[in-house]
Design a protein around this ligand. Sequence first.
Ligand code: GLY
Ligand code: MN
Ligand code: MN
Length: 426
Amino acid sequence: MISQKEYAHRRLKLAQSMSSESICLIHSANQKTRSNDTEYPYRQNSNFYYVTGFKEDESCLMIVKKKNKFKTILFVLKKDVKKELWTGQRLGEVEAKKLFSVNEVYTIDTLEEKFKEFSTRKQVLYYDFKLTYLKFKALKRISKGMHTHKNIALNIENMRLVKSTAEIKLIQKAIKITQKAHHKAMSCTKVDKNEYELQAKIENIFKAKGAYSDAYTSIVACGNAANTLHYIENNKPLEDGELILIDAGCEYEYYASDITRTIPVNGKFTKPQKELYQMILDVQVKIISMIAPGVMRSALQKKAEELLCDGLLLLGILKGKKKKLLKKDAHKKYYPHGIGHWMGIDVHDEAPYKDTKGKEIPLMKGMVLTIEPGIYCNTNDNSIPKKYRGIGIRIEDDILVTKNGHKNLSSSIVKDIEDIEKLSLL
Ligand code: GLY
Ligand code: MN
Ligand code: MN
């Protein structure tokens, strides 16, 4: 749980990052239509959630700053017994004021009026450039006199780079549930089942253990399907002798986990599968071992590319001189993606990789990132030794940067060949 004290501290830091004589609006996410009159399950906007912890739609946070003083105002939906009968209970302004430590709470229908009142003589309007709140156009018209419009999302995303102890606990909880799901996938019988049956087993554990949802659409890809990076059809039979790439992680109380394991359908790796798998695992372990404050993410990327190139040469998938191959990006045919990304409220956490001057941000204590090398050998690629064709492997863990190095938050999800084979015998 993130305490009200922590949310208040975030708002304080955010207000400190604003210029004096300014006003800021951060809107909740809109409902999204799925089809006709049905909606996708509602998910709060991550930046709004980060500074409020408020989960309802049609809400807004306003920060009014004058010199170095500021006040925070939350706008929420009015209580409406008739509507609540259909869509569930709303907190309303009275309860919200009790539970959320903001200075003032009003109903959302007063936003325009309050904005007029509080924005007089303000020089800067901050809002999230990506969020389009239905009534925002009217507010923008009112704010025409202001000299500058600035994107508040950048200030919040900067703060999201380093995670607090409470945030790390929620990520760990998400990973714990995801661990159970991956171990279930490893230990259950898979031959002659379908990818979607395995997906159902995984997501059943997410829900049964209290995770609201998956953090992204699960990938359950058997054999050559693993060579489509964003394969989400998950509708093919699980073939004896093939590998299954499972990239699945739950979201727990708005915090993500992002885990990939690649496991044999029948519980036993073949020799070529072992060779490729062990090579990628060795690279992953080596890259994780490099993680520490001050290290650049680009250095991890470069090293991963070099090591994977070495491995591809050794296995005869690439031929030629390493230096030349790296220079012409020959390895990228088999490893076309990055080594990892920030993770937090979003699976690809919206926090910057470069500072405002365009300089890369080094790793710092409290950051969380994924490390996910992979090699993808398409069935139709005749340049690859036949024994490796149709194999796609990725191994992904979630890593916390600590004071002196790192902690692999998902180290308890097995990934050694022997351990995976042992689990599948259970
Ligand atoms: N599951 C998305 C990713 O690995 O980046
Ligand atoms: Mn990832
Ligand atoms: Mn992933």
